[in-house]
Design a protein around this ligand. Structure first.
Ligand SMILES: [Cu+2]
Length: 151
């Protein structure tokens, strides 16, 4: 698929008794372009943990954009109204997959101006101390979202 980047990342941990295990996660995804005059949008990543231990995503930075801030959000149904809530962290179970998607878990990007066709650099911090840099494409908003932006 054009415009989709897959990142492979492996970290080796030395445990007690010198046992070694590998932590490998595959990440792909995209960010949405910002509306004219807006400085906020969302990005959606998919994680495939091919390692033997759970991975816990704790925070995300945009190293190339001064003043940008990223929050991990989930969407909850509150009496029929969908609302976003901050998430402290996101666990990707060993051998499992986590997919962010519109209307679900997402990265909220503040202080950004993104245009479709650009590439966005993200720096992912995991609880293990591992840091992963990924680059995702910026995609155009779906037509409906250009008229209504719920946040
Ligand atoms: Cu949000």
């Amino acid at each position: 698929m054009r415009g989709v980047h897959i990142f492979l990342y492996t970290v080796f941990f030395l445990g007690i008794g010198a046992s070694v295990w590998a932590q490998t996660v595959r990440v792909q995804g995209y960010a949405r372009e910002t509306l004219p005059g807006a400085a906020m949008t969302a990005a959606y990543l998919s994680f495939h943990n091919e390692g033997t231990g759970d991975m816990q995503l704790q925070s995300v930075e945009l190293p190339d954009i001064d003043g940008a801030m990223v929050e991990l959000h989930t969407t909850v149904d509150d009496d029929g109204v969908s609302r976003m809530r901050p998430l402290a962290s996101l666990v990707i179970p060993a051998g499992g997959e986590v997919r962010m998607a519109p209307g679900g878990t997402h990265l909220m990007l503040h202080g950004v101006k993104l245009r479709a066709g650009e590439q966005l650099q993200l720096r992912l911090h995991f609880a293990s101390g591992a840091v992963l840099e990924v680059e995702v494409p910026v995609r155009a908003l779906p037509v409906a979202a250009q008229h209504h932006h719920h946040h």
